[in-house]
Write a protein that binds this ligand. Structure first.
Ligand code: EPZ
Length: 427
């Protein structure tokens, strides 16, 4: 694994473009299994998670090519319904192949995605929803063997507005017999994105953007061309970077409607996110940043994925702020690294308390997951001296060209192969 070396940043200066959405792209790759015609998806971010999802599609027989952020997918030759566990174990989103494979073959064999460092990540809601449509499941040493002669529309209530469960059920419902209603559906922006993508293929979906989705099954879906929405979590991360480091930054390709929870909380801190031109924002930071209290919730609440980045900013506020994480049970490991850098922070159950303003000092820290890695990069921008972030590859799962983008703003970031690995290699 690599180490990212960051020197405490001067005030940032310049423009930074947000890439297409990771979590908006992954379900579209799965949904491409629902048609034998060509699917073209633009502004797909060049990320490890996208590559793994494409490799899973390829292993099923999908023709896949990703050039200059444009994906060409062709499923006419898909002839396998078992996903390779060597790949699915690396990517939780691989479970989104279940619904489309069930529709296509009437059966599927897919490994249960493991938990990860932020939580156990169960899939019971996915299975419960598909079972309501007539699917049967057998769990066999880490695999789900699924079968369904013909999925039938059903009225489904999700006990929790799970993003992945909503996506799996939604995709299956487009070609099921009759009408499916998903109540308490997730409302994250990528859900509406998937609905629009499926509608462009001929799916009949109403209630898009609401927590009650109605899908009328059709006989087949056609190919489509589609542009992925901007990544609102990446956008939020760069807006926070601008707030932490100060200076004159213009963040491009931003849909502010997807960032209302963040901009509202930043306003409480005295930080203003201002619209410049369409899709462009700047950040105005006061001399004294006020503390804030936040609770993460499913959309339209404050997104869990921006919890770690926000904790880094909270170290720069004057006073005590709290952040209660209600979505994932173990999304706190970045706090130990922030404390090592000088943050006055502690975790009590599911609540993080941070009393700023902390003068952070660069040191060696470790990243344990994607958004935690991002929080350490942000903290390093505020820190005095050099910060070394080990296992930085987590970052490459969700932020396209982050080093380059931040260096273009005047930061100084570079990567070093892990010294031990280098010694092992050359000795
Ligand atoms: C998606 O994960 C995102 N990943 C996550 O982003 C994001 O944090 C999460 O939604 C919440 O917004 C992708 O879209 C690929 P959930 P997902 O199902 O679908 C419980 C990132 O950093 N749950 O809404 O797995 C679960 O335990 C990643 O980009 C069940 O209990 O999220 C969790 O506590 C991290 N049973 C909560 O719901 C289920 O069957 C949220 O999970 C499914 C979920």
């Amino acid at each position: 694994m690599e180490t990212l070396i960051i020197e405490g940043a001067p005030a940032l200066q310049g423009r930074i473009r947000v890439s297409g959405s990771k979590n908006g792209s992954l379900p579209l790759i799965a949904a491409s299994l629902l048609t034998d015609e060509q699917v073209i998806i633009e502004d797909v971010p060049g990320l490890i998670d996208i590559e793994i999802m494409c490799e899973i599609g390829f292993a099923l027989g999908m023709q896949v090519s990703l050039q200059n952020n444009t994906l060409h997918l062709y499923s006419s030759s898909v002839n396998r319904f078992t996903t390779p566990s060597s790949l699915t174990n690396q990517l939780r989103a691989s479970f989104l192949m279940l619904g489309p494979l069930l529709v296509r073959f009437g059966k599927a064999r897919i490994s249960l995605p493991g938990g990860c460092s932020i939580g156990s990540r169960p899939t019971d809601l996915h299975l419960k929803g598909l079972a309501a449509m007539g699917a049967e499941f057998e769990l066999e040493n880490g695999f789900v063997n699924a079968r369904a002669d013909r999925l039938k529309g059903s009225q489904i209530f999700l006990d929790y507005p799970s993003v992945g469960a909503t996506e799996n059920i939604l995709m299956a419902a487009t070609l099921a017999e009759g009408e499916t209603v998903i109540e308490n559906a997730a409302r994250e922006p990528e859900i509406a994105g998937l609905c629009h993508f499926l509608s462009s293929m001929g799916a009949e979906i109403s209630g898009i953007g609401s927590s009650s989705l109605k899908i009328r099954g059709v006989d087949s879906l056609r190919g489509t061309g589609y542009r992925v929405m901007p990544d609102h979590i990446e956008a939020g991360t760069y807006i926070i970077a601008a707030a932490i480091a100060g200076g004159e930054v213009i963040v491009e390709n931003v849909n502010l409607e997807h960032l209302i929870p963040l901009t509202s909380k930043l306003n409480e801190m005295g930080i203003l996110v201002k619209k410049l031109n369409p899709g462009e924002v700047t950040v105005e930071v006061p001399e004294v940043i006020k503390p804030v209290n936040v609770r993460t919730m499913p959309c339209p609440g404050f997104p869990s994925d921006l919890q770690p980045p926000l904790t880094s900013l909270m170290t720069q506020a004057h006073g005590l702020g709290t952040l209660r994480e209600t979505v994932f049970e173990n999304r706190f490991r970045h706090i130990e690294s922030l404390i090592k850098m000088g943050a006055d922070a502690f975790v009590d159950g599911t609540t993080i308390s941070i009393r700023g303003k902390n003068n952070l000092v660069g040191t060696r820290v470790r990243a344990y997951d994607l958004r935690g890695a991002a929080s350490l990069v942000l903290a390093a921008l505020a820190a005095k001296g050099i910060t070394e972030i080990q296992d930085i590859n987590h970052l490459d799962r969700g932020y396209e060209n982050l080093d380059l983008k931040l260096n273009n703003l005047g930061c100084s970031l570079y990567r070093e192969e892990n010294r031990a690995e280098k010694l092992a290699r050359i000795s």
